[in-house]
Design a protein around this ligand. Structure first.
Ligand code: MN
Ligand code: MN
Length: 417
């Protein structure tokens, strides 16, 4: 039908990207193809000529993950099952309605979270019987050490948050939950344990509840339970956006790890903002793999993995990216608004090595000139201070990305649909 519609085809094909490089390498793809996907992945369809070799997939979108719908909210997760290269960390996106509850549970992994929209109330009790209760707003973090039982409830406007676990094999559907344990414990045992008649358990759920619609809680002060053992010694909450960012010509960076959020002993993070036209500089991490979550805007990341291999991926809000340990990479803002994303590590510390700083501090500088056949123009520009995100006048991916921005922001308009 569409193939015979000449006029419609002219409209369609005049605007769709083809796998042809500027120098003419490649050929059109008139066959069956997912054009929306190709528009979203311009560097996959037409890789930079510097890409080479077959590196594994380093991208997975939450939009391609299983969705678990419940009364009271939803969740979906990106684990090693979805993205096999991502062995160190796993991520779960969760939405809770006003009053919606992620039921009381615990797990073998540590849980790090950032609130993206709305607010929630979180509770926990540690092994010494010390409790914790706090309200979490946009940009706030929490961290629950492994084995610490906790719960999350959406407040007035509900909430949406990202959970990150320090094991790529983690699954949120495989946690130890209150309802699941009750359902799988004989009622005479429950009766003996709590000193109440078995009839008290007549109506307990038959299996794991996971998320349910609860009653919107009142003010925090009214909910606090007097704890004879006091509250937890290290707060499980951290207000990331109150940190003064590292601010450079290209953006802002907020680093959070066990040095400023002491309880977060196994997960370190950096919240990166890259202005339009700017780039997260060429760098690598000397401690562990990097797990990324893209919050807003659009980007491309180039990964250099040694032995002449390199691959480029495109990202948008809701995507997960991954960078294997110590491999070189950059992230470029390809849109016309600020790009926000998280760099996450299974580590007690954030650490990165800057290519620019490394070269600037490597004596004698002649070895760089002789090695790379570059002149003083580069050597004189090297910078001893680390600038994680940079922008120079005249060097910008935008508006090269404008075509794609237009398509992405208004995909239907490209096909007359
Ligand atoms: Mn949890
Ligand atoms: Mn990085």
């Amino acid at each position: 039908m569409i193939i015979n519609n000449t006029h419609q085809n002219q409209i369609i094909y005049s605007n769709i990207p083809q796998p042809i490089r500027d120098d003419g390498t490649g050929a059109t793809d008139p066959g069956p193809r997912d054009i929306l996907r190709d528009i979203e992945n311009p560097d996959m369809l037409v890789p930079p000529a510097t890409d080479a070799g077959l590196l594994p997939n380093m991208k997975f979108s939450f939009s391609d993950a299983n969705m678990i719908l419940k009364d009271g909210g939803w969740s979906r997760e990106v684990t090693v099952r979805e993205l096999p290269v991502a062995t160190t960390l796993a991520g779960v996106k969760m939405r809770l309605t006003p009053g919606g509850v992620s039921e009381a549970h615990w797990h073998q992994q540590a849980e790090w979270s950032i609130m993206l929209l709305g607010s929630a109330r979180i509770t926990a009790v540690d092994q010494e019987g010390r409790n914790f209760i706090a309200d979490i707003g946009p940009g706030d973090l929490w961290y629950f050490p492994p084995g610490i039982p906790h719960s999350i409830q959406g407040l007035e406007k509900g909430c949406e948050f990202l959970l990150v676990f320090d094991d790529g094999n983690f699954s949120d559907m495989n946690t130890l939950s209150l309802s699941d344990w009750f359902a799988h414990t004989p009622k005479d045992v429950l009766s003996a344990n709590f000193g109440v008649p078995q009839s008290a358990f007549d109506r307990i759920p038959k299996g794991q509840v996971y998320i349910y619609q609860g009653t919107l809680p009142g003010p925090l002060e009214n909910q606090k339970i007097q704890d004879p053992y006091g509250s937890v010694p290290q707060s499980f909450k951290h207000r990331l956006l109150t940190q003064t960012p590292i601010s450079t010509s290209g953006g802002r960076v907020r680093i959070v790890d066990s040095t400023n959020f002491p309880v977060s002993k196994t997960i370190a993070a950096a919240l990166i903002e890259i202005y339009p036209g700017a780039i997260r500089e060429l760098h690598w991490h000397p401690n562990n793999d990097e797990w990324q979550y893209y919050i807003s805007g659009q980007a491309r990341m180039g990964i250099f993995a040694g032995n002449g291999t390199a691959r480029t991926f495109d990202f948008r809000a809701g995507d997960v990216g991954y960078v294997p340990f110590a491999t070189g990479h950059y992230i470029q803002n390809t849109g016309n608004q600020s790009l926000w994303y998280l760099e996450m590590f299974k580590s007690d510390r954030f650490a990165d090595v800057s290519l620019n700083q490394w070269l600037a501090l490597t004596p004698p500088l002649q070895i760089i000139e002789e090695n790379l056949h570059v002149g003083p123009a580069l050597v004189d520009a090297l910078r001893k201070e680390k600038w994680p995100v940079v922008e120079y006048p005249g060097f910008s991916y935008y508006p090269k990305g404008q075509y794609y921005s237009t398509c992405i922001n208004n995909p239907g308009s490209q096909y007359g649909i």
